[in-house]
Design a protein around this ligand. Structure first.
Ligand SMILES: Cc1cc2nc3c(=O)[nH]c(=O)nc-3n(C[C@H](O)[C@H](O)[C@H](O)COP(=O)(O)OP(=O)(O)OC[C@H]3O[C@@H](n4cnc5c(N)ncnc54)[C@H](O)[C@@H]3O)c2cc1C
Length: 321
């Protein structure tokens, strides 16, 4: 919070005109949105070939287009090497020789846990150099529990620990740790990496594994995408919704999903349906049986998450035939 107050204070007092944001992850994108709203010219520099690398590049491109439409200059494949001060200007230089001049630079290039204090106290470190914890959130040192951004997280599908700092996870881990510190016996049930972000007029969300992550974990993933309407098209205001679903070809088990749509097209609710299905190890086919709410202004008798699931099943059958 201190850093966000400092940024706000800087903008109010120094009235910068041009900003560079380093990193096109969800925090960089949210900051681009906020700074444009405040009237700044924003350039976003992203190392990868597309923004929001937590999504498939095809869906990242939709976010890229939204940023561009709102006046953000987006440079992908931009590896920042130097920020130099030239009188009052900040000059941000990339490996390819691009130089962008700005009045302020925001670095949102990912997070790493600061675990020196824990390490010197004899606490073992695990995934991502974060504090090693059991699923009870106990560390290897008696009477010390840990939770949140500084600790490793049990991944429910991968069945191993990863480093994936998220607010939702921090809350659940903190609750487990607190209960066990008071003599409880609870275990953290695992994260699916469910996340959602609003970027200007778009919302992007994901849960579970992407195809390449699933393949790396030993699954036999098959992915399809579908663009459909968020609600019955005869009812005014229907918007396109882009859905992608990954399932295991052998077992039919749902492995992951991504959704991009306009704000207020229930992207978050829909990814949560898929997250709940994933949490309980459901098969893609089983999604069609879910009794989901329907009214024309909000959905269809087959909700878009069921439509994409049905398409997945048909495509798998065709592949096998
Ligand atoms: C801009 C931004 C947007 C985010 N948006 C989302 C989102 O939409 N959804 C989501 O799930 N997650 C989001 N996150 C991630 C989420 O905020 C974190 O995962 C979550 O806050 C972690 O909780 P925590 O308690 O581990 O750490 P924090 O919330 O960081 O709390 C740690 C606290 O400990 C204090 N502290 C640190 N060192 C010491 C010390 N030595 N002594 C005493 N106190 C200390 C800090 O000042 C801080 O108050 C976002 C993060 C950022 C930065």
């Amino acid at each position: 919070m201190e850093e966000s107050f400092a940024v706000k204070d800087f903008i109010e007092k120094k009235t910068p005109r041009r900003a560079v944001i380093i990193g096109g992850g969800y925090i960089g994108l949210e900051m681009a949105d906020a700074l444009v709203q405040l009237g700044l010219e924003v350039t976003l520099l992203e190392f990868a070939s597309e923004v929001l690398t937590t999504l498939d590049p095809d869906f990242g491109r939709l976010i890229h287009a939204e940023l561009a439409a709102r006046g953000v200059t987006v440079k992908t494949g931009a590896e920042v090497q130097e920020i130099a001060l030239n009188q009052t200007d900040l000059c941000v230089r990339t490996a390819s020789g691009l130089t962008v001049t700005a009045d302020m630079v925001l670095v949102a290039a990912g997070a790493r846990p600061t675990t020196e204090l824990a390490r010197t106290a004899g606490i073992c470190l695990g995934a991502g150099n974060a504090v090693q914890v059991e699923r009870t959130m106990a560390t290897n040192v008696a009477d010390i529990w840990a939770a949140g951004d500084g600790v490793q997280t049990w991944h429910r599908i991968l069945k191993r620990y990863v480093y994936m700092p998220l607010g939702t996870t921090a809350h659940k881990q903190g609750r487990v740790a607190g209960e066990n510190m008071l003599g409880g016996m609870r275990e953290f049930q695992g994260s699916l990496g469910t996340q959602v972000v609003k970027v200007f007029g778009l919302v992007a969300a994901r849960t579970g594994l992407r195809e390449k992550e699933a393949a790396a974990a030993g699954f036999d993933p098959f992915t399809i995408s579908l663009t459909t309407w968020d609600h019955k098209v005869y009812y005014p205001g229907a918007e396109e919704l882009h859905l992608m679903i990954t399932g295991d070809h052998n077992s039919g088990r749902l492995l992951g999903a991504q959704i991009v749509g306009r704000y207020k097209t229930e992207v978050s609710k829909r990814i949560d349906i898929l997250a709940a299905a994933l949490f309980h190890g459901m098969r893609v086919e089983d999604l069609s049986d879910l009794d989901l709410a329907y009214t024309p202004p909000l959905s269809s008798p087959w909700d878009p998450v069921q439509m994409v699931a049905m398409q997945w099943c048909v495509a798998v059958k065709n592949r096998r035939a």
